[in-house]
Design a binder for this molecule. Structure first.
Ligand code: NAP
Ligand code: ZN
Length: 347
């Protein structure tokens, strides 16, 4: 079926309305009427070609919330009318060790199928959530618990799971000292989630402009990284630093903020290589790690955790024709804290 969407026609070009083909609903597929689609900085990296050539036209969007409109004959987990979500992944082999361990995003049987600009199992190019409808394999469809506003739930499907996964992996809980670098879409979710897990949370932002917000979202402390005093004052004081910055950072300066055995985990994905002085790691037995989104079971756990703790994203809902302006604002760090497209305005 042909459905309305917003697509980038070529690298760096503004997004424009179009129509795209969605496949017929297969036996294990779910047709979703999209309500909201979040704007992730990864969408912007992709359409700007930061991460290399893409199969244009690209319909971005991997923070999708909507309502089930139709299910295939073999689908048992979802029913028509359910509120559901789709994140960054719509397929994986399901058989390799990583898939069986719930790390489908690290599928070694051909790799995960990204929600857009990926090659689907039928050989077609996947197209994302800046659209009115999507057809997705039921195994990659999440249940959005009642009690989370659907617009505020959309960003949980990427920003939420991408920050929840490392917080869980590195055992964050009461007593853990966590710093979050960058208070954007991912950063503000990291603050809310780490706070709900009981950690002592510090925001490291470029300036103090958003300090009031940061403290309201759950941070205990807030520092400006533009002030060199910050790095001296906070030396060796964190167990975990979560870097969400979309641009290169001075890795050594942030490693210096870790206590013995501390970890700097990078979720930000700038295309440029980052330099590390190994002595920053030797001293204090520190680790520099990365983490990419999260598996399907963990994503459901995160959604349930958010419902239990009354957590949603702070969103600014926009009409689809404001998407290019929203991209500019994200690039200028002028987002509080996630733009979400109202899919009813598409087409
Ligand atoms: P975002 O909303 O733009 O937030 C990034 C924040 O980083 C900004 O709000 C800003 O915070 C800070 N920042 C931006 N430019 C900076 C610079 N030049 N120097 C220092 N700080 C800067 O982006 P997002 O959607 O959260 O995504 C962040 C990054 O994570 C992107 O690279 C994205 O592709 C990546 N990502 C990775 C995964 C994964 O699986 N690992 C998943 C999703 C996204 P302040 O104003 O507070 O300084
Ligand atoms: Zn994303």
């Amino acid at each position: 079926m042909r459905v309305p969407a917003y697509a980038a026609p070529a690298a760096g070009q503004p997004l424009a309305p179009t129509t795209i083909e969605r496949r017929e609903v297969g036996a294990n597929d779910v047709l979703i009427t999209i309500e909201y689609a979040g704007i992730c900085h990864s969408d912007i990296h992709t359409v700007n070609g930061d991460w290399g050539p893409q199969p244009f036209p690209v319909v971005p969007g991997h923070e999708i919330v909507g309502v089930v409109a139709q299910v295939g004959a073999d689908v048992t987990g979802q029913q028509v009318g359910d509120r559901v979500g789709v994140g960054c992944m719509v397929g994986s082999c399901g058989r390799c060790d990583n898939c069986r361990n719930g790390d489908e995003q690290y599928c070694s049987g051909g790799g995960m199928v990204p929600t857009y600009a990926g090659t689907d199992r039928d050989g077609t190019t996947t197209q994302g959530g800046y659209s009115t409808h999507v057809v997705v394999d039921a195994d990659y469809v999440l249940t959005v618990p009642a009690g989370i506003d659907p617009a505020a739930a959309a960003p949980l499907l990427c920003a939420g799971i991408t920050t929840y996964a490392p917080l869980r992996k590195w055992g964050v809980g009461p007593g853990t000292r966590v710093a979050v670098v960058g208070l954007g879409g991912l950063g503000h979710m990291a603050v809310k989630l780490a706070h709900a897990m009981g950690a002592e949370v510090t925001v490291l932002s470029q300036s103090l402009k958003k300090q009031e917000d940061g403290l309201r979202l759950g941070a205990d402390h807030y520092f400006a990284t533009s002030d060199p005093e910050t790095f001296a004052a906070l030396a060796s004081s964190f167990d975990l630093v979560v870097n969400t910055v979309s641009a290169p950072i001075d890795v050594d300066a942030y490693l210096g903020l870790l206590a013995v055995d501390g970890t700097l985990v990078n979720v930000g994905a700038p295309p440029e290589p980052l330099a590390v002085n190994v002595f920053s790691l030797l001293n204090g037995r520190r680790s520099f790690a990365g983490s990419m989104i999260g598996g399907i079971a963990l994503t459901q756990e995160m959604l349930d955790f958010c419902a239990e703790h009354h957590i949603g994203s702070e969103v600014e809902v926009i009409a689809a024709d404001q998407v290019n302006e929203a991209y500019e604002r994200v690039l200028a760090s002028d987002v509080r804290y996630r733009f979400v497209i109202d899919a009813a305005t598409i087409g």
